[in-house]
Design a protein around this ligand. Structure first.
Ligand SMILES: Nc1ncnc2c1ncn2[C@@H]1O[C@H](COP(=O)(O)OP(=O)(O)O)[C@@H](O)[C@H]1O
Ligand SMILES: [Mg+2]
Length: 269
């Protein structure tokens, strides 16, 4: 297989739906027959928990922490990767030790490049690598941005999101500047406005604002649904747990757009 499409699901605000979007986009891609590797880069391990792999979070080393902070443990990424039984995706879980990763990476040389180096060894097996980011703009997120060079941005349809977009944009510009000699260029593949309550006027105004702010980028809308929460509680995406949910289509169209943007060939039926 050629090199996979890689994307970071990122926004420095917490609770906007990064993990929810990452898991359901992974579900939609797997449903289309894509081979997906999901990386939980958040030391809080919400995705690891919402993928029903909480036991991995407390497991003894090696973990993703060692993979990112000890060059001679980089290859352990294959050892810690596990297959999600219902979704059929591979997952690199987070771990309690990841809480120390940010500090270690800040102190280390080429601290932003460690995830890229680790993924280099496993790339070939996948069509997509999705990285679920922590809610900040620190060294772990830099690792995600550098490794993927593509961002999918979940955001709430609230005015506070404007500031979050600005901060992310400035941060990306800064990182690109740091890697000018490599021509690092990080692309926005889409914005996912999440938890939309169609009864709220503010939601509509924000979706309009986002569409204007990102004229060349697809903007999707995901509604607030109990079924989305339920599937996360069950440790999988809508596609396995709540396939009748009306929001399934929105995630399907995100997956279809990604296939198109990354030039993926049709999957054999
Ligand atoms: N569209 C939605 N409908 C219902 N609940 C949602 C929706 N999106 C997110 N949630 C809930 O909101 C909480 C925060 O979402 P999460 O994806 O964990 O945000 P983040 O990763 O950005 O911190 C989660 O408990 C999740 O179940
Ligand atoms: Mg999260």
């Amino acid at each position: 297989m050629a090199k996979p499409a890689k994307l970071a699901v990122t926004n420095q605000k917490g609770g906007v739906g990064k993990t929810t979007v990452a898991i359901n986009v992974a579900g939609a891609l797997a449903d289309r027959g894509r081979e997906v590797l999901f990386v939980d880069l958040d030391p809080q391990g919400n995705a690891t928990e919402n993928l029903g792999m909480m036991e991995a979070y407390d497991e003894q080393p090696p973990s993703l922490f060692n993979v990112l902070t000890e060059p001679d443990k980089r290859d352990a990424i294959t050892e810690i990767t596990r297959t999600h039984p219902a979704m059929g995706i591979d997952v690199v879980p987070s771990n309690i030790d990841m809480t120390a990763a940010e500090r270690e990476l800040t102190l280390s040389r080429r601290g932003a490049e460690q995830l890229a180096l680790a993924l280099d060894g496993v790339d070939d097996a996948y069509d997509y690598i999705l990285v679920d980011c922590p809610p900040n703009l620190g060294d772990l997120v830099d690792n995600a941005l550098y490794a993927t060079q593509n961002v999918l941005i979940p955001a709430l349809a609230e005015t506070t999101s404007k500031r979050a977009f600005e901060l992310l944009h400035d941060h990306i510009t800064m990182l690109e500047g740091d890697y000018q000699d490599e021509d690092l260029s990080i692309r926005e593949v889409g914005v996912v406005t999440n938890r939309i309550d169609v009864r709220k006027k503010q939601a509509k105004e924000m979706v309009d604002w986002i569409n204007e702010a990102y004229p060349d980028v697809p903007v999707w809308e995901i509604r607030e649904r109990a079924a989305i929460q339920r599937s996360l509680d069950e440790g999988a995406s809508l596609f396995e747990v709540e396939p009748e949910c009306d929001q399934r289509e929105a995630f399907e169209s995100i997956a279809a757009s990604l296939d198109e943007q990354f030039g993926m060939a049709e999957v054999e039926p």
